[in-house]
Design a protein around this ligand. Structure first.
Ligand code: THU
Length: 160
């Protein structure tokens, strides 16, 4: 037997000013998107903003439902919207922010497993990486160059 280790690579920006203007704007758009969150069950509001290859920005927010399992995360709401609005356009970057009505959420929030899998499929389909900006309310941003960093032992649809 051999023990294996898969490292994941990400960059930590302590303040938003370390990011370029376009990415700062994308985080602001994610915060605006969060205002559309419908989360009466978890009181956890999430916003996502996608920067498309054509420069357009697509927003998404989590949309919960009384039938809990059909609730949608902000990331998948944004991805679905982007395919509807710009079906042939690649997603370059996604910014994600979150806050709770019940507690402080200082640190960046990471996407759930289903959203990671969805982003992996999008990357595979478009054959180019998606940058991921996880922005915390303490000002810190975690930057990943590909969803593969967040889903390191992946099955890549490129192999199909
Ligand atoms: N949620 C998101 O929208 N994105 C994430 O990255 C984490 C979780 C939502 C799902 C649910 O509506 C609420 O946050 C609590 O989990």
């Amino acid at each position: 037997m051999t023990e294996k280790l898969i490292p994941i690579k990400y960059v930590v920006a302590e303040t938003i000013t370390e990011l370029d203007e376009q990415e700062q704007k994308l985080i602001e758009q994610a915060k605006l998107a969060k205002e559309g969150s419908h989360a009466p069950y978890s009181n956890f509001n999430v916003g996502a903003a996608l920067l498309m290859a054509n420069g357009k920005i697509v927003q998404g927010s989590n949309q919960e439902n009384a039938a809990y399992p059909i609730g949608l995360c902000a990331e998948r709401t944004a991805i679905s919207a982007s395919v509807s609005l710009f079906p042939t356009e690649k997603v370059k970057t996604i910014a994600i922010v979150a806050s709770s009505q019940n507690m402080e959420v200082p640190f960046p929030v990471a996407p759930c497993g289903i959203c990671r899998q969805t982003l992996l499929e999008t990357e595979s389909k478009q054959r180019s990486n998606i940058r991921i900006l996880l922005h915390g309310n303490n000002g810190t941003t975690f930057i990943f160059n590909s969803i593969k960093e967040l889903l390191p032992l992946h099955f890549d649809a490129e192999y199909l």
